[in-house]
Write a protein that binds this ligand. Structure first.
Ligand code: BDP
Length: 627
């Protein structure tokens, strides 16, 4: 990405008090704006644009006159980046017929909080990270300074996020180390926060609920214990003395082995509220994750558990507690119906949690563009139901940040949708492609359709028709539909989810005969999903146990349809590989072309493996021929 630095930079006229943020906006325009010799940045508090901005640009002869107006410095920076985006994606151009000759637009972000969640560990590893090690090189920060290499990398990270409007970053893994809150690390966090701040990014940390006890400062981590509450108050004071605009804590409690209030027979609300009280006077937030299963509702269908747990707590949280839930009720599968929790909690602010890192979508080896998946979520869960949107980052220290060159499009798309979920997946892909490659329009269109087809292809070659969680154990790469281990929780075993038998396949979640998960949905979804005849086929095996010979809408049997979907998934990848291999070479530098080509070959092998392993396995139940 990026445009060449001009030899004769443009003049940036600034009508705003100096500030680090305005300075960055000026530098970015000076170095990269090439459509005019003058551009203005105008701050006007009366505009009431929040983090937004207004851009006015007009083509006059051989250049544009452009100005960004905003009511806050960050709006000027966002506007400056938008100007560059329009330039780099050809929306503004001195030649060519499809460029705009005049633009006058106001932009405001839809989600107030637009947040990345890094699952980075203090030892530099990244949980579900596929693009190298953590970009936070903790060992390169000491005595109040950091290496220049690190500083510049973090600045690039901040700039990339700000260019999309991402305004919050949780630096560490939700499976958090208690060490994160030691003074040693807080001093380091402060330096990172100082770099992120002028880019409009608020720093947050994930915490381990048992930190005071784990560090040996208290005897318990019971949220109702006075010493514990006192410890957190003191810790909050320390954090805010270092980072006055610190965002708050993200908490994974009583989930997958993490400590939490439940260890002391306290509720999630009691745990969250104790922390909320500690950060309240500083304007801090507690972001509490609803991703819990296997504790209080052990014998319930896993997809029902988080709503069962949290619904009774609606109204019991302090105002500065936010509940953060994954888009689907299970766990970032290639396709899930939406998580009904967003509709049920009326008194608790909520964030949606998406996953940019492709844990279940081919990691950084498969070309899978995720915008269509997130748009699907927003089509059910209206953005107004959420105060913020968070996403698990796919960023690591690989030279290209995200591993697969096309995985960068997912970071990009998340940021764009967090700003404006109304943007279409196509528009975002188009923008990204034009800023990432220099290709003629026809090639852009071709690659756009590759990107647009890629997620459905992934669903098809991995788990079509509502199948889910049939991944290999633990690392979640590759198929293991026969996965069962007696010594693991049943919810970690693929056989628990597909329930294949001689009659059919799929998880019966109906009210009459199954787990009743359909009843957690509001109408019209509850009835629609509950009835096999009206259940959308992409969710069929999510909600129903369906006979192998069941007639699908196409007239084919379920078995035939399943075979066809798997084959279609493989065929799409084969076509994508063909397109890249035979058509894109002239337009892409040798290194990136080779990299993507190798990855697509690999993806095709993987897609075939998925199809073959799954169909061979399911055939042992269906006893029907694979066509
Ligand atoms: C699952 C991941 C696991 C995470 C967990 C979570 O496999 O690594 O810790 O989600 O979100 O998807 O807490």
């Amino acid at each position: 990405m990026g445009t060449p630095v001009l030899s004769n930079p443009c003049t940036v006229v600034i009508k705003a008090p100096t500030s680090p943020t305005v300075d960055i906006a000026r530098q970015e325009l000076e170095s990269h704006w090439s459509l005019g010799s003058r551009v203005s940045l105008v701050l006007n508090k009366k505009l009431r644009l929040g983090e937004g901005y207004r851009i006015i640009a007009k083509r006059k002869g051989t250049s544009y006159e452009a100005a960004v107006h905003a009511s806050r410095p960050i709006g000027l920076l966002y506007g400056a980046y938008d100007l560059l985006r329009m330039q780099n994606s050809g929306t503004l151009a001195l030649h060519g017929s499809h460029a705009n000759t005049a633009v006058d637009k106001v932009e405001r972000p839809v989600f107030p909080t637009r947040m990345l969640n890094h699952w980075d560990n203090l030892d530099g590893s990244i949980e579900r990270g596929y693009a190298g090690k953590s970009i936070w090189k903790w060992e390169q920060i000491s005595n109040g300074t950091m290496t220049e290499t690190l500083r510049s990398r973090i600045q690039q990270y901040a700039a990339a996020n700000a260019s999309l409007g991402i305004n919050a970053s949780v630096l560490n893994n939700v499976n958090a180390s208690p060490k994160m809150l030691t003074r040693e690390y807080l001093d380091k966090v402060k330096l990172i926060a100082d770099i992120l701040r002028p880019y409009g990014i608020t720093t947050y940390l994930s915490i381990n609920f048992a930190t005071p006890m784990a560090l040996g400062d208290t005897k318990t981590a019971d949220p109702l214990d006075k010493d514990v509450a006192k410890w957190w108050k003191k810790k909050a004071k320390e954090v805010y003395s270092l980072i006055p605009d610190f965002g708050g804590f993200l908490v994974k409690a009583n989930s997958e082995g993490q400590p939490g209030p439940g260890d002391y027979q306290r509720t999630h609300a009691e745990g969250a509220n104790m922390l909320a009280d500690a950060v309240k006077s500083y304007g801090g937030k507690i972001i509490w994750r609803s991703f819990v299963y296997g504790a209080n509702h052990k014998n319930e269908d896993r997809v029902k558990q988080s709503l069962s747990e949290f619904k009774p707590m609606d109204g019991k949280f302090r105002p500065n507690v936010i509940l953060q839930s994954k888009n689907g009720p299970l766990d970032f599968q290639p396709r899930e119906p939406f998580a009904p929790i967003f509709m049920h909690l009326k008194k608790t602010p909520q964030y949606g949690e998406l996953q940019i890192t492709q844990e279940y979508l081919g990691q950084s080896k498969h070309l899978v563009y995720l915008a269509p998946m997130w748009k699907e979520f927003f089509s059910f869960v209206h953005p107004s139901l959420m105060q913020g949107i968070a996403a698990v980052a796919n960023i690591g220290d690989d030279a290209n940040w995200c591993g697969h060159p096309f995985s960068q499009a997912n970071w990009y798309a998340f940021g764009r949708l967090a700003w404006n979920p109304e943007l279409s997946s196509e528009e975002i892909a188009d923008e990204w492609l034009r800023q990432t490659f220099s290709m003629p329009d026809e090639a852009i269109a071709t690659m756009k359709s590759v990107m647009m087809e890629s997620r459905e292809a992934c669903v098809n070659y991995m788990m079509p028709l509502g199948l889910h969680h049939i991944f290999k154990f633990d690392h979640h790469y590759g198929p293991e539909p026969d996965g069962f281990k007696a010594d693991y929780p049943l919810e970690w075993c693929p056989v628990y989810y597909h329930r294949a038998d001689s009659i059919g396949v799929g998880f019966d979640r109906t009210v009459a005969t199954g787990s009743g998960a359909t009843a957690q949905y509001p109408e019209p979804y509850a009835s629609e999903y509950d009835n096999i005849a009206t259940c959308p086929e992409e969710y069929l095996l999510w909600f129903h146990h369906v006979p192998w010979t069941y007639r699908m809408k196409s007239g084919k049997t379920l078995w035939q349809e399943l075979c066809d979907k798997y084959n279609a998934g493989v065929a799409t990848v084969r076509n994508h590989r063909y397109i890249w291999h035979y058509k894109m070479k002239p337009y892409v530098d040798a290194e990136r072309w080779q990299h993507v080509d190798t990855l697509l070959n690999h993806q095709l092998d993987n897609a075939r493996e998925w199809r073959n392993v799954c169909l061979d396995y399911f055939q042992t139940f269906s006893k029907l021929p694979v066509e």
